[in-house]
Write a protein that binds this ligand. Structure first.
Ligand code: PMP
Length: 396
């Protein structure tokens, strides 16, 4: 039978990364493709105990709750955000979501009519692009360098396109792994304030920071409270399976997002909320995050050593200061989408850079994840990738 779908499903696209993962997960391929945390480091006992504590409050723990999510966890998040300098006045300014992915979706749902403009980095988080496209927003990329969006281009595009909002991942971005400078954060905020544009700050990786002495102030912490929506998640610091993220910002926006959420799923999984509350209160989550940082940093350094030895082949990268990814640039003659098949034949996978671009993709880029593989697998996988590069880059 031919099914008559709504017109807007034409704008739904499958994620290129998820499609690659499906192929890569079959067989014996070492994958640097997914953006996964290491499951060997999951705090399984802590989570088991946290769920027991949640159940201890009996039948109440299993009832419907308000759409905004479990209030004690929202209180706790107010405290945790305050440590980063983000001050929100009450839990009415925090909405718990099914991962920060849902925060992006709810925001887009309440903000965009067809053709409304959003500015983004280029490349940027693929699944955010998918969301914006599904609501028929017009996505305009802003030029950037390793410090963030270029102020001149940003200003020009704000004037020319009159965007409703700017979407950014300023701290250890996905896919580029970079950190915006304070000046660029301030500049974006200043322009947004002047032009009455909302900034959507997506910060899933901010806690995975390698150098403790550096400070990367969230844009939300620089704001007067009216211009920035800040979203983060427990997916990278606790576990993704609990599907718990949150968004903090002006109540005027969150109220509408909450109404959209009512229509969407009534509320997120409240047992996860309660368990996460107990995890934060009774288990040393910060200690756990410190441990993740130590392990992930050592894996990043290991991958770095391999990449350093590839510099002679023209392989370019920036050492990440946190997060989960290396962003690699090869000679312009190389198309990493085409090269992937050869890499998989050699037993290693990565994500080609092209799908992360709004337009004008740089086909010679790729993203490598360093958090999910053990040191042995990193060595093995990078040796395989080196072979692939040696074959294809030597003639360059
Ligand atoms: N934003 C960015 C930049 C991400 O990389 C991710 C996860 N890959 C998310 C949002 C969504 O994370 P989650 O829904 O698991 O909280």
């Amino acid at each position: 039978m031919k099914y008559a779908f709504a017109n807007r499903v034409k704008h739904l696209k499958s994620s290129a990364v998820r499609d690659i993962l499906k192929v890569v997960n079959q067989g014996n391929v070492i994958s640097f493709a997914g953006g996964l945390p290491d499951d060997d480091l999951f705090p399984i006992e802590g989570i088991r105990e946290a769920f027991s504590s949640a159940f201890a409050s009996g039948k109440k723990s299993l009832q419907y709750i308000e759409t905004e999510g479990y209030a004690p966890l929202r209180e706790l998040l107010l405290e945790r955000m305050k440590r980063k300098g983000i001050e929100r006045s009450s839990i009415n300014e925090v909405l718990l979501t099914t991962g920060s992915q849902q925060a992006i979706d709810l925001f887009a749902r309440v903000m965009f009519d067809r053709g409304d403009v959003i500015l983004t980095e280029n490349p940027t988080y693929l699944a955010a692009l998918q969301v914006f496209q599904s609501y028929e927003a017009k996505i305009i990329p802003v030029m950037s360098d390793e410090h963030g969006m270029l102020p001149d281009d940003l200003e020009y595009k704000m004037k020319k396109y009159k965007p409703k909002c700017v979407y950014v991942v300023p701290t250890f971005s996905n896919p580029a792994g970079k950190v915006w400078s304070l000046e660029r954060r301030q500049k974006l905020l200043q322009l947004a304030q002047k032009k009455h544009v909302v900034i959507f700050e997506d910060d899933p990786y901010g806690d995975i920071q390698f150098n403790k002495d550096e400070v990367y102030t969230p844009i939300a912490a620089l704001d007067d409270g009216n211009h920035v929506l800040y979203t983060s998640t427990f997916s990278k610091t606790a576990v993704p399976a609990l599907r718990t993220g949150w968004i903090a910002g002006p109540n005027q926006i969150l109220r509408i997002m909450s109404q959209a959420k009512q229509a969407n799923d009534l509320h997120s999984n409240s047992l996860s909320h309660q368990a996460l509350y107990h995890l934060c209160r009774n288990f040393d989550l910060d200690g756990h995050i410190n441990n993740l940082i130590t392990v992930y940093q050592s894996r990043m350094k290991l991958m770095l050593q391999h990449l350093q030895s590839l510099e002679s082949l023209g392989v370019k990268y920036i050492e990440p200061k946190g997060g989960m990814f290396f962003w690699i640039e090869l000679d312009e003659s190389i198309n990493t989408t085409e090269l992937l098949q050869t890499a998989v034949q050699h037993g290693v996978a990565y994500v080609p850079g092209a799908p992360f671009y709004v337009d004008e993709p740089k086909q010679n880029t790729m993203r490598l994840n360093f958090t999910h593989s053990t040191p042995e697998k990193i060595n093995e996988g990078m040796e395989k990738l080196t072979k692939v590069f040696q074959i294809h880059l030597q003639s360059v």
